[in-house]
Design a protein around this ligand. Structure first.
Ligand SMILES: Cc1ncc(COP(=O)(O)O)c(C=O)c1O
Length: 383
């Protein structure tokens, strides 16, 4: 049996570089509506991406339950035997709702983005990404082998300069729609203008904007009036406003057919359980009614009114970050809020850039006005 060198790590010290101060903790918390039970305490949850409260909406739960009567797992990838007709029905509905020709459902947002960029790009491709893009877009770019160029957040002059400098046959601009940690939005119309001027594709991942911002909650591309443009590919998820799990990619008919052939994270992965699809379909019906999106906007307006002078970052989305700088200060405020009955996470590097630790509040349609008022009053006292 080969012997290890004395200082070679084994599995017990393989990750010994992780410092205690930056260690992340899995909380084993149980959710119940907008409450979260952590360590024996019930707190009002302002840390969820379940922006419309659909993950516990009776109609969404009923949708999932109905499908569960038949089966739990899908048993195989879609190309083998896991391709339930429900997936096709939901793809058609999503494409119609968002204004695209076609749609492809994937296992999760992470899988959608990694697989999409890997399918679209190779080492001859150049990808231009916003510096604050979600990890899934960063990892998809890496996995594709494309040459990666990153521009400072929302700085489209810098993006244009990069596009000017790096010419090649296949180029792709990639951006979050609503940014997950800052809550601000890409200017989708400007990005599309650059994509047209420089002959590139444009990928917008609107995981957080779908179901929350824009006309009828259709996201940043609907706000910009560019949905369905042949240069544009859009990604959305079911794990956030839809209250379910999974993701979808929207584009032209030809693009989606190409992805069916090439997207490895769809081809080589078990199809989503139909219960998740049934839940997402029920969620879409509720989103299209408009009342929940309207309620979310009212709650957001109330929160913004009550915290107008506190110095929150500029954001029109349900993600409302309060920049505090140091990790210690962010943790202190998060702990004080927790003691007062509110769950708000301190987001620290490496999730956000060094020196930009923050509290990330997420407002949902399921919060009551009283809970929002109480949070704002407590925050004022704590600060
Ligand atoms: C912008 C963005 N894209 C993709 C994802 C990943 O989605 P999922 O949680 O479905 O894997 C997230 C999740 O936080 C996200 O914020």
């Amino acid at each position: 049996m080969p012997t290890s060198m004395p200082d070679m790590p084994d599995s017990r010290n393989w990750f010994s570089d992780i410092s205690d101060s930056r260690r992340r903790h899995f909380l084993a918390s149980r959710r119940e509506g907008v409450l979260i039970h952590v360590g024996g305490n019930s707190l009002v949850n302002f840390a969820s991406n379940d922006y419309l409260g659909l993950s516990f909406h009776p109609a969404v739960c009923d949708g999932a339950r109905g499908a569960l009567d038949e089966a739990v797992g899908s048993g195989a990838s879609r190309l083998v035997s896991g391709d339930d007709p429900m997936l096709h029905r939901l793809e058609t509905k999503l494409a119609e709702w968002k204004g695209y020709e076609a749609c492809l459902i994937a296992g999760s947002g992470m899988l959608a983005n990694i697989g999409l960029l890997q399918a679209l790009a190779d080492r001859h491709t150049h990808i231009f990404g916003d510096r604050l893009n979600h990890a899934s877009l960063v990892d998809g770019t890496r996995l594709s082998g494309a040459k990666s160029h990153r521009f400072s957040h929302l700085n489209y002059t810098a993006l244009a300069a990069l596009l000017e400098r790096h010419v090649s046959e296949k180029r792709i601009i990639v951006s979050d729609g609503v940014f997950s940690m800052d809550g601000d939005s890409a200017n989708a119309a400007s990005l599309l203008s650059l994509a047209e001027a420089f002959d590139t594709l444009l990928v917008i991942d609107d995981a957080h904007g779908t179901g929350t911002v824009g006309p009828e909650g259709r996201g940043v591309t609907a706000t910009a009036g560019i949905a369905g443009h042949p240069r544009l590919i859009e990604v959305g998820t079911f794990g956030k406003a839809f209250g379910s799990y999974g993701a979808f990619i929207l584009g032209t008919r030809e693009l989606i057919e190409g992805l069916r052939q090439r997207q490895r994270t769809v081809i080589y992965s078990t199809a989503l359980p139909v219960a998740m699809i049934a839940a997402a379909e029920s969620a879409l019906t509720l989103i299209r009614k408009g009342e929940l999106v309207e309620q979310l906007n009212q709650n957001l307006d109330l929160f913004k009114q009550r915290t107008a002078d506190i110095g929150f970052m500029e954001s029109e989305s349900p993600i409302q970050p309060l920049l505090v700088g140091t990790d210690e200060k962010a943790l202190q405020i998060a702990n004080a809020l927790r003691e007062a009955g509110f769950f708000v996470p301190a987001i620290r590097p490496p999730t956000v850039p060094e020196g930009t630790a923050r509290l990330r509040f997420t407002i949902t349609a399921a919060h009551s006005p009283e809970q929002i008022e109480a949070l704002a009053a407590t925050l004022r006292r704590v600060l």
